[in-house]
Ligand binder design. Structure first.
Ligand code: KG4
Ligand code: ZN
Length: 352
């Protein structure tokens, strides 16, 4: 069963065709990183205009790459939220138009649920070092850590679409912290990859940075860490207004490494604790920050359980994950009507 997925919730415009919720037949992502990099972050008006320009060539390319026909598709899955209304509307309206023109059912998908379902796509890294082979597929119950630019959520997943929220960030999302600290250090946008590059082979213990453990809860907090980096940067004479500094600046690189270590330490420790507490058999990582090399390695080393995680390219925003998630909805007969609308503040809840 082939599903066309469409994603436009943030600064990527993406379309993909996925078979049976697993096999990627095409996966086209048009990133706006270069456009936004010159402003040091996303400019919403620029992003939605760019999405309008890009969406049609992107879904045409996704269809062309599969060498299949529209008749072979079973449905069209599209992200309805969370995200900015102006971006989401582009994808949802195109999906509706295609659904009408081609007579295909429409499936509205939660972007966060999509990130989780990237773990069902073939070609994932089924990681487990020294603690036995990870199963081929995610197996319930499991604990999932979603770490993206806008969200940090720990979730107990009991079955397809059955989510019990365990904890979330009380202030900045993990990805947001990477982006803000990269800006403080003059490392540019997007911050996550920039910090990872700067931190490579540097001393992660060079600076002692605070970790907010919020003991007794599965919640997170990263704003104190961000403020600590800001104070240190000021003391060290690193000015955020300055043009991007060279990542070869040892002070900046050590500070980036110490920050990355602090974020990963908290994410890994709290995720492993939650998995133990809830007696699950697996840990899943999802979202853009799950592309982080240190997080991937530390989770694998320090987890008591098998860790499943999408390939880095499938952690960041893409439409293959939306198609995979849409497949599981569609299989259960969950399709959307013409009144399908965007839901910018959509939450991930126990939905079935
Ligand atoms: O999931 P995503 O692509 O978009 C949202 O749904 O937000 O996540 C984007 C976030 C950004 O904050 C970006 O800096 C972060 O993921 N990110 C990373 C890495 N790659 C992307 N953070 C740390 N290390 C990375 N390698
Ligand atoms: Zn995302």
């Amino acid at each position: 069963m082939k599903i066309l997925g469409i994603e436009s919730s943030c600064d990527e415009t993406a379309a993909a065709v996925v078979e049976d919720g697993a096999e990627i037949l095409s996966n086209v992502v048009a990133s706006q990183v270069e456009i936004h990099a010159r402003y040091g972050g996303i400019v919403p008006e620029v992003a939605s205009r760019q999405q309008l320009r890009t969406i049609i060539p992107v879904f045409k390319e996704a269809m062309a790459e599969t060498e299949g026909t529209w008749e072979e598709l079973a449905a069209i899955a599209v992200t309805i939220g969370p995200g900015l209304a102006g971006y989401l509307l582009v994808g949802v309206n195109v999906a509706k138009a295609l659904s009408l023109a081609k007579g295909l059912p429409l499936v509205g998908v939660n972007h966060l649920e999509g990130h989780i379902y990237a773990n069902w796509l073939d070609s994932n890294d089924r990681l487990r070092e020294g603690k036995g082979q990870a199963p081929e597929q995610p197996t319930f119950p499991l604990v999932c850590l979603i770490v993206s630019g806008g969200h940090t959520n720990l979730i107990l997943m009991k079955g397809h679409g059955r989510y019990v929220p365990l904890g979330q960030t009380r202030d900045d999302a993990a990805g947001e912290a990477f982006d803000k600290v990269a800006r403080i250090l003059g490392l540019g946008y997007p911050g996550g990859p920039a910090i990872q590059r700067a931190a490579a082979s540097r001393d992660a213990n060079a600076y002692r940075l605070p970790r907010a453990w919020l003991r007794g809860t599965d919640d997170f907090s990263f704003s104190g860490l961000k403020t600590a980096v800001l104070r240190l940067a000021e003391e060290l004479g690193i000015s955020s207004g300055a043009p991007p500094v060279s990542i070869s600046s040892p002070t900046v690189a050590d500070l980036a490494a110490s920050f990355q270590e602090a974020v990963v330490d908290v994410l890994v420790t709290k995720t492993a604790d939650a998995a133990r507490k809830h007696g699950v058999g697996q840990i899943l990582l999802a979202g853009g920050v799950a592309a982080n090399e240190l997080l991937r390695q530390s989770m694998a080393h320090r987890s008591p359980l098998p860790v499943l995680l999408p390939k880095p390219i499938l952690c960041t925003d893409n439409a293959a994950m939306i198609a995979a998630c849409g497949y599981y909805h569609f299989k259960e007969g969950k399709t959307s009507g013409w009144n399908l609308d965007v839901v910018p503040g959509l939450k991930l809840v126990e939905s079935r």
